[in-house]
Design a protein around this ligand. Structure first.
Ligand SMILES: Cc1cc2nc3c(=O)[nH]c(=O)nc-3n(C[C@H](O)[C@H](O)[C@H](O)COP(=O)(O)OP(=O)(O)OC[C@H]3O[C@@H](n4cnc5c(N)ncnc54)[C@H](O)[C@@H]3O)c2cc1C
Ligand code: FES
Ligand code: FES
Length: 492
């Protein structure tokens, strides 16, 4: 057992053996490391002012992940190199990203600038070359600039991302890789005592045993929900068990009939895998939070939080996914829709945790569509999210699985609508009407700050019509941005 976390900071190994389990990375940076270049804006993962980069090993490569330091807990950076705005310039020479921002007048208030530069620094190492507008928008969607500075920021991004990703970090790749590897070990981490601790087990059995022994501890995956309990609800976490170092939970298995995603697989890693199941899942995932949220947030966290407006659950329910759970040495599998019992209540016993999810690929003659409706295109939670898996035989619907988020207290299937749709002729929209009307019997949505009940009901009907119109092969325009052709993967 290791009693400290270890990471690289300012080019040197750093070891910390005592910290509060709920201290955020941003608090540590600004208050303890006096690294005040990283700013605090919203403190809830939205504005990107606090963006820093975690460099991690990936085989022979170093990968660069932008993360929101405000909601990431300090204990989660074990094993990484932490790069902040202060790391970029060296001996009076700006990093190419910084120089491009200066050249194009991309910095005005300067408060959002460190975060924007760090997002672009991650993109400098990760984004495809040559860049296109979409890739740059994807890289910057988690960084707000409120003084209308986006055009010069985009200009700076286009300019610097047209260069090859060569900087002093790529030049020192080999030595930094070696330093990161030297941090790796096989030991679990516990900081604190039985009453108050941050634990980060290394193996699945160790994790299962620890969660069973401390059923009241907070299970921590990417912290993109849990972090907000700390910063917004001011709820100090007494006992934290982090999943991030358990390799078995980060597994992805892509089979010919189905895909298995470990609970700890990040949303960023899941994106291309899900996109290979269906292009609409790629479009959905690209609008999931921001690059920062996707780099930390996990598939398991998005399911386990039981949110009625989580984006993955409706899509995966419609695809017929099954959830894998474990308590102690016992494992079980259940249909994903059965996991969501009621608002805030899931079929998960104390001491039990999610280990992964199996997602079947749609069979031949089965079509999938999913649509996220939110007030903003980027980084916004859904008002309504609809997902449709429709099988067709001889021009008629032979089977349907339909699920919505934002329409009930849990993500839920539209069972009456599914039944009413079977037998409907795809080519005859009048035949669909019974199903469209059945949506009213399936859902009685509520009004809240995101949308009114009336709006939600109308949108749900429209989404079903849109899915059927597209599947029927109609030439009517249904989207602003065309569906990506199957098999073509866009930028993460
Ligand atoms: C700025 C911002 C934008 C966001 N945008 C979106 C969005 O577009 N769509 C969307 O759906 N969500 C969004 N979210 C919510 C959040 O990012 C997702 O729900 C994310 O998938 C949560 O995963 P996580 O790994 O960060 O979970 P955590 O925050 O670590 O945990 C979430 C909950 O799940 C529990 N948990 C985590 N893993 C397990 C496990 N394996 N077994 C049992 N319990 C577990 C935790 O105890 C906690 O209760 C957003 C959040 C932020 C801050
Ligand atoms: S301070 Fe706004 S995202 Fe962290
Ligand atoms: S430059 Fe900071 S808000 Fe625009």
């Amino acid at each position: 057992m290791r009693r400290s976390i270890r990471f690289i900071f300012r080019g040197m190994p750093r070891e910390i053996s005592a910290f509060d389990p709920s201290i955020t990375l941003l608090e540590w940076l600004r208050l303890e490391a006096s690294a005040t270049g990283t700013k605090e804006g919203c403190n809830e993962g939205d504005c990107g002012a606090c963006t820093v980069v975690l460099a991690k090993t990936d085989g022979d490569r170093i990968r660069y992940f932008p993360v929101n330091a405000c909601i990431l807990l300090l204990g989660q950076i074990d094993g990484a190199e932490l790069l902040t705005i202060e790391d970029l310039a060296k001996d009076g020479t700006l990093h190419p990203v910084q120089a491009a921002m200066v050249r194009h007048h991309g910095s005005q208030c300067g408060f959002c600038t460190p975060g924007i530069v760090m997002s672009l620094f991650a993109a400098f190492h990760e984004a495809p070359r040559p860049p296109d507008r979409e890739a740059i928008g994807t890289a910057l969607a988690g960084n707000l600039c409120r003084c209308t500075g986006y055009r010069p920021i985009f200009d700076a991004a286009f300019d610097v991302l047209s260069d090859l990703p060569e900087d002093r970090f790529s030049e020192s790749n080999a030595s930094r890789l070696e330093a990161l590897r030297a941090l790796e070990d096989d030991r679990g981490i516990v900081i604190g005592n039985e009453d108050r601790f941050f634990a980060s087990p290394r193996h699945l059995d160790e994790l299962a045993e620890m969660i069973a022994r401390h059923p009241d501890a907070t299970i921590l995956a990417g912290s993109t929900d849990v972090g907000l309990w700390v910063t917004k609800k001011l709820a100090p976490l007494k006992r934290v068990i982090a999943l991030g170092r358990v390799a078995a939970l980060a597994t992805v298995v892509e089979g010919s009939d189905s895909v298995f995603l470990g609970a700890g697989v990040t949303l960023a890693k899941a994106l291309p895998v899900l996109e290979r199941i269906d292009p609409d899942l790629g479009t959905l995932m690209r609008r999931f939070g921001s690059a920062q949220v996707r780099a930390s947030g996990t598939v398991g966290g998005n399911i386990a939080n039981g949110s009625p407006i989580g984006d993955l659950a409706p899509a995966l329910i419609a695809l017929g996914a099954t959830l894998h759970l474990r308590i102690g040495k016992e494992s079980r599998i259940l249909p994903l829709e059965d996991f969501f019992v009621a608002y805030g209540k899931q079929d998960r016993a104390p001491g039990e945790f999610v280990t992964g999810i199996t997602v079947p690929r749609p069979e031949a003659e089965t079509h999938f569509r999913c649509f996220k409706i939110s007030k903003r295109m980027d980084e916004d939670i859904s008002s309504v999210m609809g997902a449709f898996r429709i099988s067709i035989e001889n021009g008629a619907v032979s089977g349907a699985r339909i699920a919505f988020g934002g329409m009930a207290a849990t993500p839920r299937r539209a069972l009456r609508t599914e039944e009413a749709l079977v037998g409907a002729m795809l080519a005859n929209p009048h035949d669909w009407m019974g199903a469209v009307q059945a949506l009213e019997a399936d859902y009685q949505p509520i009004s809240d700050m995101r949308a009114s009940a009336r709006y939600r009901a109308r949108v749900a009907r429209a989404l079903l019509g849109k899915a059927l119109t597209e599947i029927a092969g109609s030439s009517r325009a249904t989207r602003i941005v065309a569906r990506t052709p199957i098999g073509e993967v866009r930028h993460g």
